[in-house]
Design a protein around this ligand. Structure first.
Ligand SMILES: [Zn+2]
Length: 201
């Protein structure tokens, strides 16, 4: 899956588990005001036919670049470099399948920076879900900007918080009643909460 396809699936999964409404925080780059932002999964879900297996072709100024879209393994493969430019170059070279200049084959690192930038821009257009921006206006200073929204880190922090809460409930109910973990997790959330309230009475 391309990053965009993966993120679209994660958005749908997030909607199934926690619902459509997303409440997140953003900090105004101008005045550092903390803003609460609210939107729905459908507001940022883009239906796209882009596929990881597909090879795309981009032509400009006599250069032809055939590339595939970056996937999660590509991102994982460039985690080590501390320099963002180095990581970008490595990611680019992983995804380039074939490059040529006026019909003569060249390697990806021989492409002029402006051609590389144009290809990267084209990649983003082919896989728009990979780079979701939310238009924001600061309520304190009126500054307008587009904030990047990353479903991976957002959804992960939600799942992590839910897991910690569930484990805490298991711990308290198991300690109090001697029930096993599986039985506690089989209880509906409402029923579990009633027992939690009874313990705290
Ligand atoms: Zn502001």
């Amino acid at each position: 899956m391309s990053i965009g396809q993966r993120d679209a699936q994660l958005l749908k999964l997030r909607e199934m588990i926690f619902g459509s409404k997303i409440v997140s925080m953003a900090i105004c780059p101008e005045c550092q005001e903390r803003l609460e932002i609210t939107f729905n999964v459908t507001d940022i879900l883009i239906e796209s036919a882009a596929g990881e297996a597909a090879v795309f072709s981009f032509e400009t100024d006599g250069y032809n670049v055939r590339f595939r879209l970056p996937n999660s393994l590509d991102l994982y493969g460039v985690l080590d470099p501390t320099e963002i430019d180095q990581a970008r170059q490595m990611l680019f070279e992983r995804c380039v399948v074939k490059t040529s200049e006026h019909g003569k084959e060249i390697s990806a690192n021989e492409l002029p920076p402006r051609i590389m930038q144009a290809v990267i821009k084209h990649m983003a257009q082919v896989d728009p879900q990979a780079d979701v921006r939310v238009a924001l206006i600061c309520s304190a200073c009126g500054h307008k900007w587009n904030a990047f929204f990353d479903i991976v880190s957002f959804f992960w922090s939600e799942v992590s918080a839910l897991t910690k809460r569930l484990l805490r409930e298991v711990h308290i109910l198991a300690s109090t009643y001697g029930w096993c973990e599986n039985d506690i997790l089989t209880l509906s959330p409402v029923r579990r909460q009633i027992y939690m309230d009874l313990i705290q009475e």
